[in-house]
Design a protein around this ligand. Structure first.
Ligand code: GTP
Ligand code: MG
Length: 597
């Protein structure tokens, strides 16, 4: 990889820059083969959620769907329409300066991050579930990423959260439609005792009555009639389970292209992506090679801040691919891994952060226990649950001020409930927090992790707060709860580095689309194309270009229709990375370089 392309952005983005052509072309291939363009995304619609309560007793295995508050009533604080007074030249030189500063941080980086053939082969031959980490290059990347994750004066500490000492990890299941995400999720809940035998039998009876018997495990997550009738997840299902050393929050994203915004919502709350791939004959090809959602999901998960990926090559039991003696086909598994890996690497996934597992969500094989040697003689890695148990725990910003982007709000028994992922800091009962951008103060009256009341929420937790002092109309998804003495910045104009992935034509100043940034979904306009990045040198090659083509990376000034909570990527990445979408397609991904006004 070209060292010059390392400016501005962390290591995960560098892969994109040098390989943007490849990524763009694969994305456009994807779009061109999509026969059924999804409907245009409503600008203000937040991704809805549902909550699955899963416990070991059938009586308490009820589902509760929070009121899905679509109304976006509270206007954020004054949206600035004032033109930026800075001279364009000053902007360019400032950006050039940032690039020089950051280049310094990456001068040590010389190693090409592209995975070697042998790495793919090592996953494929089943000798290990995890491709060996390229320690040297990752060390440099991690240093840079850590540096970017630590706010000024803040230290990253590993935490022992929850009283039982288990660390919480948020998983999001992603991948093409029908790959088996909900089936694996439901089966995991069953195998970990979170869906009991009687409930499973009930699902089986009901699924059979609808001629959908093979969806019985999926029914633990697909709760609505619509989802069950069609056999397709529409909203992110949610549940939790524990293993020996971890507590997992599981988010089951929809695979259908019409529901990508919901998938993005799920990915923004997750630490680990579970990319499910169907190995069934024809399905792998549709999901990956012929423009399915596999590529888009893998890329969006990366952009959303997911740090580790477990690739589950599913449906290994399927008659279309098993060997004549009934054992799992190593050839098919190898084929899937070898085709997937170059793409994953091209969107920035690193070897050490990706694990590979052959599995059958339907039979449960390799979910909890590795398959018998008669079924899979060539696999020597761990089962899915063991792999999850041994993942690196995500690093958390424990001592930082509170930052909690709100994904959802609803009223329950008269109390206002806010849901979000606590990105930094600890929240305890009776804490006074401020909701930005409106600066409304509120008091934390109750804290729940999944369905359990607790007195403290730790960074990384997907938390539900019961709050006092504000009304439902004061909150919108995308607002951020903060410590009163350290408020998040609010802006409607900021400079970004944007990689344009696919678009039917060139992009010029004035182009409008929808930005997804942490939990916020708002309309944005490219106000100025400040410069184009040279792919070879990574420098601004052309200032104020008239247009930008798909496949190029630009520095641009963006104006939002409304002010949003946003931070420079460098100071707080969770609030500084975004994707823009238009007419159901992901047009670009990027990071915020500088918040302006
Ligand atoms: P969406 O929610 O629509 O994106 O699909 P999904 O990825 O959640 O897939 P789902 O779990 O609903 O499964 C789709 C179909 O694949 C169902 O008929 C499942 O029974 C089947 N399926 C899932 N896993 C396996 C497996 O391991 N082997 C076989 N043979 N079929 C499977
Ligand atoms: Mg599903």
């Amino acid at each position: 990889m070209n060292p010059g392309a390392n400016e501005y952005v962390p290591s995960w983005f560098k892969g994109d820059v040098s390989d943007s052509k490849q990524t763009a072309s694969s994305s456009s291939q994807q779009s061109s083969s999509s026969s059924d363009p999804p409907p245009k995304l409503s600008v203000s619609l937040p991704p809805p959620r549902k909550i699955v309560l899963t416990t070991t007793t059938p009586s308490s295995n009820t589902s509760q769907k929070p009121n899905q508050q679509q109304a976006q009533t509270a206007p954020p604080s004054q949206s600035s329409t004032q033109e930026n007074a800075e001279k364009p030249d000053a902007v360019v030189s400032e950006i050039a300066k940032v690039s020089i500063d950051e280049q310094q941080a990456s001068t040590n980086k010389t190693k090409d991050e592209k995975p070697s053939e042998s790495a793919a082969a090592s996953a494929a031959n089943g000798s290990s579930s995890k491709i060996e980490q390229s320690a040297k290059s990752d060390a440099v990347d991690d240093e840079l990423e850590n540096e970017m994750e630590q706010g000024p004066g803040d230290s990253i500490a590993n935490l022992l959260d929850q009283s039982d000492g288990r660390k919480t990890v948020n998983l999001v299941f992603i991948g093409h439609v029908d790959a088996g995400k909900s089936t694996i999720s439901g089966h995991l809940l069953y195998l970990t005792g979170n869906v009991d035998e009687r409930t499973m039998e009930k699902f089986e009876r009901e699924a059979k009555a609808k001629n959908r018997e093979s969806w019985k495990y999926a029914w633990a997550l697909d709760l609505t009639d619509n989802e069950r009738d069609k056999g397709k997840t529409e909203e992110c299902g949610r549940a939790s389970f524990t293993t020996e050393s971890r507590r997992f929050v599981l988010l089951d994203a929809p695979g259908h292209k019409s529901f990508v915004p919901h998938m993005i919502g799920g990915a923004s709350q997750a630490d680990v992506g579970m990319l499910v791939i169907s190995a069934r004959k024809g399905e792998f090809e549709t999901g990956f090679e012929r423009g399915g959602q596999t590529r888009e999901h893998a890329m969006l998960a990366k952009t959303s801040g997911v740090r580790q990926l477990v690739v589950i090559i599913n449906k290994m039991d399927d008659p279309s691919i098993v060997n004549p003696d009934g054992s799992w086909s190593k050839e098919r598994y190898d084929e899937c891994v070898k085709k997937l890996w170059p793409f994953l690497a091209s969107v920035g996934w690193k070897q050490g952060d990706v694990s590979w597992i052959p599995a059958s969500g339907l039979t449960g094989m390799n979910l909890k226990h590795v398959p018998d040697k008669s079924i899979c003689p060539w696999y020597e890695g761990e089962s899915l649950i063991d792999t999850l148990d041994h993942l690196k725990p995500p690093e958390r910003l424990v001592s930082a001020p509170v930052k909690l982007p709100i994904f959802e709000k609803y009223k329950e028994m008269g109390g206002l409930q806010l849901l979000g992922k606590l990105e930094a800091g600890r929240i305890t009962l009776n804490d006074k927090l401020v909701l930005m951008p409106n600066k409304s103060e509120f008091v934390v009256d109750g804290i729940a992790l999944e369905e359990n009341d607790t007195s403290v929420a730790e960074p990384g937790d997907n938390v539900r707060l019961r709050v006092k002092g504000i009304e439902e109309e004061d909150v919108r998804p995308g607002f951020v709860a903060c410590s009163p003495d350290n408020l998040v910045s609010v802006a409607s104009v900021f400079d970004v580095r944007l990689m344009i992935l696919e678009h039917k034509s060139i992009i010029t100043a004035g182009y409008s689309a929808v930005m997804h940034i942490h939990a916020a979904v708002e309309e944005c306009t490219i106000e100025t194309l400040i410069g184009k990045i040279d792919k070879k040198t990574g420098k601004l090659e052309k200032t104020f270009p008239k247009f930008a083509k798909p496949g190029t990376t630009v520095v641009a000034r963006i104006r939002m229709a409304q002010s949003i909570c946003v931070e420079d990527f460098k100071s707080f990445p969770q609030l500084g990375r975004f994707m823009i979408r238009d007419e159901g397609r992901t047009i670009g991904v990027g990071v915020v370089l500088k918040v302006r006004e």
